[in-house]
Design a protein around this ligand. Structure first.
Ligand code: DON
Length: 425
């Protein structure tokens, strides 16, 4: 945030951070959903912390109760006053290391001192004349999104219709293949050489779909990671912002689980993440999202784990059209994929595109998970007939999107599935 601010910010950093300090210091009324999430994590907060964090109060939380986070306010003030040193060294760092020692964690003072954020060049691709601008590794999200859009492009799915069995079958078969590639090739670019250009090349992806059968699901066992040419083996939150000058930000941040590992740094007021789960701990062993991986995403000192976050921007003829992203672990790239084609191919407005029912396939496990309203009985029977396994699940993703309408007006697409909202200033 500090680096982005120093490169692009117009206001003083102390002005930008003040609303967060105020919210932490004075509190804010929790929503019904937040109250329920806090209550369902109450046991972990009590068990995993040696003090009582702000997330626990004597009675259970109800909608409208104020969540005050005084220790976090002090941490934010240290960041306001000392910038990066307010977090990575000094008091906050000492508190974090003390917390690490208490929990037998391995992060050292040296690790904090040496940590650097990295600015990377986004991935871009053309989809039917629209420019897709999305996240590069160490997230897998952008590569998967581009692979999916390119793989479905040659098929007349607009005619097949939104969420018809044929359209879902096509999208799922593309998803199966993209996630198989993810498991083999993707990881931290600082550690693994990845065939990114080849993985997103049209030629490779057309070939990848050469085994697509319009009438039959290909079992994941038969779908192996592809062979890109020239390659030798060797609580997530998303927000979208557009300012008056047309500058756009698509930002996804994650603690992995809601409330991370539930451990709050004593006296510093912030949660520790459990993002280590995004590494592959051994080949073929699924993480909490059921994702499998191999060497490319193995655990190594200083290496970043492979994410699925997919903050993305879509332009039409050099003009901003969409800003979007979502939480949802492995379902993030497929959620972003669906919202994009809902707008570009199925002609939905942003509200409809975000609210429309979703489904997801990630190669392994070999089934389509879907939201109840996404697939009707006739469609699910047709998909089963083709050989797909279907499993209904709770909601998928929670998008915050902005669409620029002709004439320049901005429309917000805040997902009904989460604590989301759109606003203009
Ligand atoms: O980086 C990732 O892909 C995951 N840690 C994201 C986790 C997530 O979206 C959880 N929210 N539902």
């Amino acid at each position: 945030m500090l680096n982005a601010h120093s490169k692009y910010g117009k206001l003083q950093f102390k002005e930008v951070i003040q609303p967060a300090i105020d919210l932490a210091e004075n509190g804010f009324p929790v929503t019904r959903r937040q109250a329920a999430e806090l209550n369902s994590n109450r046991k972990s907060f009590i068990e995993r912390n040696s003090f009582r964090p702000a997330f626990v109060k004597d009675s259970l939380w109800k909608e409208g109760d104020f969540l005050i986070q005084s220790a976090l306010a002090e941490t934010l003030k240290r960041i306001r006053d000392y910038g990066r040193d307010g977090f990575y060294s000094g008091k906050t760092a000492r508190l974090m290391i003390r917390e690490m020692k208490r929990g037998n964690g391995i992060v050292s003072e040296q690790d904090l001192k040496e940590y650097r954020s990295v600015s990377r060049v986004p991935l871009t691709a053309d989809y039917k004349g629209y420019k897709i601008i999305t996240v590069p590794p160490p997230s897998s999200g952008g590569i998967i999104l581009i692979q999916l859009l390119t793989m479905i492009d040659p098929y007349p799915f607009r005619e097949w219709g939104f969420n018809s069995s044929q359209t879902i079958h096509l999208m799922v078969e593309a998803e199966r293949r993209a996630f198989a590639d993810r498991s083999e090739y993707l990881g931290d670019p600082g550690f693994v050489k990845m065939p990114v250009d080849q993985l997103v090349s049209r030629k490779y992806l057309l070939n990848r779909m050469s085994t697509f059968d319009e009438k039959r699901a290909s079992p994941s066992q038969e779908i192996k990671p592809g062979f890109p040419e020239g390659y030798t083996s060797e609580e997530t939150t998303h927000y979208s912002v557009v300012d008056a000058g047309g500058n756009a930000v698509a930002a996804t941040t994650t603690l992995n689980n809601t409330f991370g590992n539930s451990i709050v740094v004593d006296s510093a007021g912030f949660l520790l993440n459990n993002q280590m789960d995004d590494f592959s701990i051994k080949p073929g062993f699924p993480n909490m999202y059921g994702l499998v991986g191999g060497e490319a995403n193995s655990v190594q000192p200083g290496k970043r784990m492979l994410s699925s976050m997919t903050p993305s921007i879509v332009e039409k003829e050099g003009k901003l059209l969409l800003v979007l992203g979502s939480p949802g672990g492995s379902t993030i790239p497929t959620t972003v994929f669906q919202v994009i084609i809902n707008v570009l191919d199925f002609g939905m407005n942003i509200r409809q595109a975000v609210d429309a029912g979703r489904f997801h396939h990630q190669w392994s496990p070999d089934w389509i998970s879907y939201e109840k309203n996404a697939v009707d009985t006739v469609t699910s029977n047709k998909l089963r007939y083709m050989g797909h396994i279907l499993k209904e699940r709770t909601s998928i993703g929670s998008v915050n999107a902005i669409m620029i309408l002709s004439g320049g007006k901005k429309a917000g697409g805040a997902d009904k599935r989460g604590n989301n909202s759109s606003c203009g200033y």
